[in-house]
Design a protein around this ligand. Structure first.
Ligand code: FPP
Length: 276
C-alpha cells in the first residue's frame, strides 16, 4: 500500500485509521508504588491488552506500539532482560487470542539481537495472523526511526536502476518497516514527555501529536477516547489554508447528501462530524 500525506491529502475521518503510541511512564508508575521498575512494565502489558480491545471496539484499523527502542539497550541489563522476557512471553501466550478475534500481528524492528527463538516466534505469529483484517497490531521492538530509514535506503539503493533516474518517495516507502500501513493519523505519548524519541520519523510527517501526563500502566479506554476527542477537534490542513479545508468539507458533505438522495435511504445528516 502506498499513501503519502506529502503527495496527496487523505480523506477526512472521525476516528483515526492508524494510532501510534509511545508507552511511557512504566518506571514512574512502579516507583510511585514502591515497586521495582519491572512491575511497571508488567502492568504496562495489561494496558496494552486493554488498548488493543478499545481500538477494536472503536474501529481503529492500525495500532502501532513502541515496545523497545534501539536505544533501550542502554538500560540496566536486568531491566533489558525483563523486557525481553515480557516480549517473548507475550508472543508465546497472546498470539492465539489475537488470532481468534481476527487481529493481524506484525513485529517491526531488528529482531536479530533478541535471538532466533524470539525472531522465530515473531515470524510464526505474523504468518498465522497474516490474513486477519480486524486490526493490524504492529509491535516495534529494537526499532528506531533512523534505523528504519537507513535499512530502507540501503535496500532501495541495492536495487538495479537505470542510470540517472532519481528516487521518489514511493521507492523508499516500500522498504520501510511499516510499508503495509497508512501513515499514523494520531500519535500518542503517555508519561508527560513531549518528544518523538526516534519513533516513526518518516511516517509522522503530518500526524496529529497528542501528549498526556497519564502514565502508561494507567492508560485505558477513557484515556484513548480523550485522545480521539482531541484528534477530532484538530483541523488537518496538510499544507492547505483553513478556507480550503472548509470548502473541501462542504464538497464532501454535498456529495454524501447527493448519494443519500440518490439511494433514497436517509435524510441528509447535518449533525455528523465534518472533520478537517
Ligand atoms: C517506557 O516506560 C516503557 C518501555 C520502555 C517498555 C514498554 C513495554 C511494555 C508496555 C510492556 C511490554 C509490551 C509488549 C507489547 C510486549 P519507562 O520505563 O521509560 O518509564 P519511566 O519513563 O517512568 O521510567
Amino acid at each position: 500500500m502506498f499513501t503519502s500525506t506529502t503527495e496527496s491529502v487523505p480523506a477526512p475521518r472521525a476516528v483515526p485509521r492508524h494510532v501510534a503510541i509511545i508507552m511511557d511512564g512504566n518506571g514512574r508508575w512502579a516507583r510511585a508504588r514502591f515497586l521495582p521498575r519491572v512491575a511497571g512494565h508488567r502492568r504496562g502489558l495489561e494496558a496494552v491488552r486493554e488498548t488493543v480491545k478499545a481500538c477494536v471496539e472503536r474501529g481503529i484499523e492500525f495500532l502501532t506500539l513502541f515496545a523497545f527502542s534501539s536505544e533501550n539497550w542502554r538500560r540496566p541489563a536486568e531491566e533489558v532482560s525483563v523486557l525481553q522476557q515480557l516480549f517473548r512471553a507475550a508472543l508465546e501466550q497472546e498470539v492465539s487470542k489475537l488470532h481468534e478475534v481476527g487481529i493481524r500481528l506484525r513485529v517491526i524492528g531488528d529482531l536479530e539481537p533478541f535471538g532466533e527463538t524470539v525472531a522465530g516466534l515473531a515470524r510464526k505469529a505474523e504468518a498465522l495472523t497474516a490474513e486477519n483484517s480486524r486490526l493490524t497490531l504492529s509491535i516495534a521492538a529494537n526499532y528506531g526511526g533512523r534505523w528504519d530509514l537507513m535499512q530502507a535506503v540501503n535496500r532501495m539503493t541495492r536495487e538495479p536502476r537505470p542510470a540517472g533516474v532519481g528516487y521518489g518517495e514511493r521507492d523508499l516507502a516500500r522498504h520501510l518497516a511499516l510499508s503495509y500501513a497508512p501513515e499514523p493519523d494520531l500519535f500518542i505519548r503517555t508519561g508527560g514527555e513531549q518528544r518523538i524519541s526516534n519513533f516513526c520519523l518518516w511516517q509522522l510527517a503530518y500526524t496529529e501529536l497528542y501528549f498526556t501526563p497519564t502514565l502508561w500502566p494507567d492508560f485505558n479506554r477513557a484515556a484513548l477516547d480523550a485522545a480521539i476527542a482531541s484528534f477530532c477537534e484538530r483541523e488537518r490542513r496538510f499544507g492547505r489554508t483553513s478556507e480550503q479545508v472548509s470548502a473541501a468539507a462542504r464538497g464532501e458533505a454535498r456529495s454524501e447528501d447527493a448519494m443519500a438522495a440518490f439511494l433514497g435511504t436517509s435524510e441528509p445528516d447535518e449533525s455528523g462530524p465534518r472533520h478537517g
